[in-house]
Design a protein around this ligand. Structure first.
Ligand code: FAD
Length: 337
């Protein structure tokens, strides 16, 4: 294996910041992972796994071997009267996989339509949208464990999924995912309880929606409210929705009666980070090359030649200002390198 030296990562991540990686290679098979890890060990270099780079913020030169995941393939491995099992390569485009399932009439991932990125990255932060998380459809994950130096097959329980979190995110740079196995439903129960989905279906006069109708509605909603990374650099939601105790929520509710929040247990609430940011006065604010997106305060955008450090500094200002106003600490969802 001979990696390319000193390559710009600008085309390989959605913020479009111009940073270089000291070494770069594409990975098209499991065997190439073993070769790459071997190379890292022999040359005493770290590695960094990259999917489509839609959840990355590069703030400096990447002094590592970047492994750009390009393992493809969608294979049916089993089928029952009600379920279908699929094994999908980590480098497959996520939305392409969703569209494939929707087209076949297999339900479970349609609410995750149009989330950018690769299939292999989906378990990392347990991607979620419109009331669904990817963990619900995942059966097993095949990965190379770079600490134990062996291939592992991890099930849902092993993967320890949480809200925008998993074993893979917590144990950063330990597992390199090559394949994700999913179980999808042949007679899917549609999840249209989100107000925005219901509204679009109503507008389109669709009373008994199909999988395709739900997927199309979500694509429509997302296209309206999120910037296309090809036009405007961004990584989707920059921050996680913070969790607070019921006591803290009630104090906030007394002060800000319209605060957006929802209960997640008997003792905790999740606050809408976008609402907190917007009500701290950031929506639409632009500072030099960087800004808080005018249609969705949770998204930080790069208007052109902004650096990763400028984006990080801008996000730190938002964190500080939200804390000053609400005494709530925002945590970044994006992976800062
Ligand atoms: C416009 C927009 C909207 C978005 N909307 C959503 C949303 O609704 N919900 C949501 O959850 N996310 C959303 N995201 C975030 C992003 O799409 C997801 O996190 C996606 O899963 C990232 O995929 P990726 O291939 O680009 O991963 P990358 O950004 O390349 O990598 C993300 C992390 O995963 C690791 N990684 C990637 N591939 C592998 C692998 N094969 N093995 C091991 N580690 C790996 C990387 O090292 C990194 O730590 C959005 C992003 C954008 C730009």
């Amino acid at each position: 294996m001979t990696p390319t030296k000193n390559i710009s990562l600008k085309p390989f991540h959605s913020f479009g910041c111009d940073v270089n990686a000291t070494y770069f290679t594409t990975i098209k098979s499991s065997h190439e992972i073993e070769l790459a890890i071997d190379w890292c060990k022999k040359n005493d270099k770290p590695f960094l796994v990259l999917g489509s780079g839609t959840n990355m913020l590069f703030t400096k030169q990447v002094e590592a071997l970047v492994l750009k995941m390009e393992i493809k393939g969608i294979q049916k491995t089993n089928e029952t009267a009600s379920e279908v099992y699929l094994s999908v390569g980590a480098g497959e485009n996520w939305h392409h996989f969703v569209s494939y399932c929707v087209h076949k009439g297999w339900g479970g991932v349609e609410n995750l339509s149009l989330i950018p990125g690769t299939v292999g990255a989906a378990p990392i932060q347990n991607i979620g949208a419109y009331g669904v998380e990817v963990k619900e459809t995942i059966e097993t994950i095949t990965a190379y464990d770079t600490i134990a130096n062996k291939w592992v097959s991890l099930n849902k329980l092993d993967s320890d999924f949480g809200y925008r979190n998993s074993l893979f995110k917590r144990e950063k740079n330990r597992f390199i995912i090559t394949k994700v196995d999913f179980c999808l439903q042949k007679q899917p129960k549609l999840r249209t309880d989100y107000g925005a989905i219901r509204e679009v279906l109503h507008q389109k006069k669709i009373q008994n929606p199909s999988l395709e109708d739900v997927s199309n509605a979500i694509v429509f909603i997302r296209t309206q409210k999120l910037p296309d990374p090809k036009m405007l650099g961004n990584a989707g939601s920059f921050f996680k929705n913070p969790t607070v105790s019921i006591n803290q929520f009630e104090l906030l509710k007394n002060k800000y009666e319209n605060i957006m929040a929802f209960p997640i247990s008997d003792t905790e609430y999740k606050l809408a980070a976008g609402w907190l940011i917007e009500h701290s006065g950031w929506k639409g604010v632009k500072k030099g090359n960087i800004g808080c997106y005018e249609k969705q305060a949770l998204v930080i955008v790069n208007y052109g030649n902004g650096t990763g450090q400028e984006i990080l500094d801008f996000s730190a200002e938002i964190i500080q200002s939200v804390f000053q106003k609400f005494e709530v600490v925002l945590e970044r969802e994006v992976n800062v390198i």
